[in-house]
Design a protein around this ligand. Structure first.
Ligand SMILES: NC(=O)c1ccc[n+]([C@@H]2O[C@H](COP(=O)([O-])OP(=O)(O)OC[C@H]3O[C@@H](n4cnc5c(N)ncnc54)[C@H](OP(=O)(O)O)[C@@H]3O)[C@@H](O)[C@H]2O)c1
Length: 237
C-alpha cells in the first residue's frame, strides 16, 4: 500500500511534505501534470531519505486522469492535494477571462471533489486539501481563486461526514515563497517585504511551515472537518 499521495508534490509545499515523509522512510507518490517536473523532484527526493518515491503524471482537472490515478495506486493511507495553477487568475473580475475562471473551479474545487469521489473506498487515513488566505482576506484581485478556496472548507466538512472514519481537512496557508509566485508577474520580493513587516509572525511562510501543518492533520486521529490556518497571523491583521 502506498503510504501517501501528494497531488501537486512536484514543487512548493507538496514537495516539502514529500521530502519530510521520504526522510522518515515513508513511501510517497507525487502527482502533477509535468513529467519533467516530477522527474526533477524525484531526483531531489532520492537524496532525502530511504522512502520509495513514485511519480504519476495526471491533471486534477481531468476526471479520467483521477480515476486512473486511484486505479494505479489502489489503497493509500493519506492523500494530500496542493495542486493549483494561478496563471492569469490575478486581476479584477471584469478583466479575468471566463475560461480562466472555469479552469480554476475545474481544478481547485471540482478537482478536489473528484479526489473525494475516486479516493473513496481506497483511502484509509485522511484527505487534506490546501486552500489559502485569499478566501478569508480578499484583496480585490483574486476573487475566483478566493471563492474556490473558500468552498474547499464546505467540501471538506461534507466529505468528512460521508467518508468517515476517513478524516478530511483543509490547510489554509498564508503567503509562502514557492514557484506559484512566478506565475503572477509581480515584484514578489517587494510584496513579501511589505507584508512581512505587517504580519504578527514578521515573516513570510516557508514550504516547510506548511508541510509541518499537513503532517499534524494527517497524523492526529482526532482532527477532521477542520480548516487549519497557517498564515503567520495574516487573518487577524
Ligand atoms: N504560495 C503561496 O503563497 C500560497 C498561498 C495560499 C495558498 N496557496 C495554495 O497552496 C497550494 C500549493 O501551492 P504552492 O505554493 O506549493 O505552488 P506550486 O509550487 O506552484 O505547486 C503547485 C503544484 O501543483 C501542480 N499542479 C498545478 N495544476 C495542476 C493540475 N491541474 N493537476 C495536477 N497538478 C497540478 C504543479 O505542477 P504541474 O504544473 O507540473 O502540474 C505544481 O507542482 C496551492 O493550492 C495554492 O493555491 C499558496
Amino acid at each position: 500500500m502506498t503510504e501517501s499521495i501528494i497531488i501537486g508534490g512536484g514543487s512548493g509545499m507538496g514537495l516539502a511534505l514529500a521530502r519530510t515523509l521520504v526522510a522518515e522512510g515513508m513511501d510517497v507518490a507525487i502527482v502533477g501534470r509535468s513529467a519533467d517536473r516530477l522527474a526533477k523532484a524525484k531526483e531531489e527526493l532520492e537524496g532525502a531519505g530511504h522512502g520509495r518515491i513514485d511519480t504519476i503524471a495526471a491533471d486534477l482537472g481531468r476526471e479520467e486522469d483521477i480515476a486512473e490515478l486511484f486505479d494505479k495506486v489502489g489503497r493509500v493511507e493519506h492523500v494530500v492535494v496542493t495542486a493549483a495553477d494561478a496563471t492569469g487568475v490575478y486581476g479584477r473580475t471584469t478583466d479575468v477571462p471566463t475560461a480562466t475562471a472555469r479552469t480554476v473551479v475545474d481544478t481547485k474545487l471540482l478537482g478536489a471533489w473528484l479526489i473525494g469521489k475516486y479516493a473513496a473506498g481506497r483511502v484509509t487515513g485522511s484527505i487534506t486539501y490546501t486552500s489559502g488566505i485569499n478566501a478569508y482576506r480578499p484583496n480585490g484581485s483574486n476573487t475566483i481563486m478566493a471563492a474556490a478556496n473558500g468552498a474547499l472548507a464546505s467540501l471538506a466538512y461534507g466529505l468528512a461526514i460521508e467518508l468517515a472514519p476517513v478524516r478530511v481537512n483543509v490547510v489554509s496557508p498564508g503567503w509562502v515563497d514557492t514557484p506559484i509566485w512566478d506565475q503572477l508577474g509581480m515584484d514578489k520580493q517587494a510584496a513579501f517585504t511589505e507584508l512581512a513587516a505587517r504580519l504578527p509572525a514578521r515573516r513570510i511562510g516557508t514550504p516547510d511551515d506548511i508541510a509541518q501543518a499537513f503532517l499534524s492533520v494527517m497524523r492526529n486521529g482526532f482532527i477532521t472537518g477542520t480548516v487549519l490556518h497557517v498564515d503567520g497571523g495574516h487573518r487577524i491583521t
